[in-house]
Design a protein around this ligand. Sequence first.
Ligand code: ZN
Length: 148
Amino acid sequence: MFDLQDLYQEVIVDHNRSPRNFGKLETANHVLEGFNPLCGDRLTLYVETDGDIIRNISFDGSGCAISVASASLMTEALKGKHMDEARRLFNEFHDLLTKDNDIDLDTYGKLAALAGVRAYPSRVKCATLCWHTLNAVLQGEQTPVSTE
Ligand code: ZN
């Protein structure tokens, strides 16, 4: 039997080493910056929407392994999704990292790799920075996001 914790660790290391959807998206119609002062994570999120569909999404910037892996996993999870679905995922992911109740990790797919972060409250903002930035984009906000 494999060790689930090791598997999750591998997902984070892999997505940090070779982040998916990394780089500026020229076709983006929404661009927003996010900053996590606690850790120094910075990212810019590029989102191309077509009506209510997230047609394409990418990010760049620099930050710790958790912030980069989380943004990479998020962009993978959201490409092609309806905005309502993205909002639902944001809420679920936020619960995953901040609530103490039992969760069914199977429903989160690869995003579950970040569930271990909930044991380290100071790192939760690293993992949620990209999601807060996304949420601001979905709400039409244009001022840069700070987790503070
Ligand atoms: Zn960080």
